[in-house]
Design a protein around this ligand. Sequence first.
Ligand code: CMX
Length: 157
Amino acid sequence: MVHWKIIRTFASTILFTLIISFIMKISHIEHLGIAVQSIEEALPYFKEVLGLECYAIETVEDQKVKTAFLKCGEVKLELLEPTSPESTIQKWLDKGNKGVHHVAFCIEDGVANALAEVSEKGVRLIDQAPRKGAENLNIAFLHPKSTCGILTELCEH
Ligand code: CMX
């Protein structure tokens, strides 16, 4: 009887330690999300001053944003223009913010696994499960209140 209790306690301690010690694998910063009021007005700076190429423009209806992607080595810049006053980007700009809005990390072993892990570690999730974002990536956001003030996106290709 006592043996079973000891074994059960030991097993659950091991399981708990495994969950806590599992750390997601981030391969690189996938992109930086940059909020702008107008992509048309912002693009000349990125193209003509920084010399970056804009390779795609896409509207993400459910996020109420138009996006423009520029490649900067392995990292992308995602310009985000609100398409509605209800857009989170418009609300963020209206509060006097501008520039880098979020940091997106590329996760090697799956966004769903990473969400389960960070949630277990007490991080507040915005998305409870991965969903489709721009460029058809699986994405999920973590709340800036539990990520050192950085709105964090996890994504996988
Ligand atoms: N970076 C850091 N902090 C931010 C932030 C950001 N981008 N956006 C909001 N916050 C802060 C606010 O300043 C606020 O802080 P205080 O309470 O100290 O003032 C706090 O977060 C909560 O703000 P809120 O008013 O309660 O919530 P909002 O309605 O502003 O929503 C957030 C904030 C992060 C939950 C919302 O923006 C969200 O769900 N974001 C994820 C989706 C998203 O950003 N989509 C656009 C990009 C889509 C894409 O890349 O395709």
